[in-house]
Ligand binder design. Sequence first.
Ligand code: XIL
Length: 302
Amino acid sequence: EPTLGAAAAQSGRYFGAAVAGGRLSDGAYTTILNREFNVVTAENEMKIDATEPQQNNFTFGNADRIVNHALNRGWKVRGHTLAWHSQQPGWMQGMEGSSLRSAMLNHVTRVATYYRGKILAWDVVNEAFDDGNSGARRNSNLQRTGNDWIEAAFRAADSADPNAKLCYNDYNTDNWTWAKTQAVYNMVRDFKSRGVPIDCVGFQSHFNANSPYNSNYRTTLSSFAALGVDVQITELDIEGSGSTQANTYRNVVNDCLAVSRCNGITVWGVRDCDSWRSSGTPLLFDCNGNKKAAYTSTLDAL
Ligand code: XIL
C-alpha cells in the first residue's frame, strides 16, 4: 500500500501532519499518523505559552513527546512557532517596548538552542501582517517594539540553530493578487537583498469560503521561490467534502510539485474530528479513520 509520506518522498518532498500531543495515546490516531506521515508539527505544544509559561521558566515536556515520537521513527520536525502575537503567555501579553523585545529574543534563543539540530524548519515568525488591502504589518505588541523585530528574530534564531531552515509563516498569502501576499513578498525580497537569514516561506493554506484556493497559487509559490527561498505548505486544510474537496487537494499538490523549491506539504491534523475547525470536514481522513476522496486525490497527485 502506498502512503502519503512514501509518495511525496519519490520527488524528494515530505508529507507532514500537525500532531496534538494528547492524541498520541489514541491508537486509531497513531496508526494513521505512523503509517502515512514523515514530518510533524506540534499543533500547540511548541508555542510561546506552552514553552515559557512563566518568564524564563521553560517547559518542554509536551513538545518533547511529539519531537521524540518523530525522531524515534526517523521523521523530521517543523518547529512552530518562535515569535507570534497570539498564544503568548500572560506575562508576555502585558509587555511592550524594549523589555518585550528582549523577552522575545530571549525566547527565540532559548527555544531554538534547546532544539538545536533537531528541527528541519522553524516558523521563526508567524502571522505578522494585516489582512485586508493595506499591506501593513499587523499592529501587535511585537510590532510596536519596532519594525525591525522580524529580522531581529531571524538573526537570533540563526545564531541559536544555524543549520535549521528559517521560515516566515502566514495565512491569506496564497492568492497572488492580495495585498498581504505582496507585502510578505516585498519583505522577503528585502531580507534576501540585505542578507537577513531567511530560508523559507510557509503558506498555511487554510482554504475556506472566505479565503478559497485560487489557481494563481502556483504563481505565488513560484514567485516566492524565485527570490531564493524554499516554500512549504504548512497548515493545509480545505473546507468542503466529496469530489469538490478532492479536486482542490489535487490542485494544491499539483501546484507544489510544479515548483521545485516547494519541498513539503503539511496538513493541519489527521482526521476531520482532530481539526481545529470545530465544524466541517477539512482533512484527509474521516472521524472513523477512513480515507476520504481527498486522500485518494492527494495520493494520486503525489
Ligand atoms: C491553532 C490550533 O490548531 C488550535 O488547537 C489552537 O486552539 C489555536 O491555534 N495558524 C497557526 C496555527 O499558525 O498555530 C493555528 O493553530 C491555526 C492558525
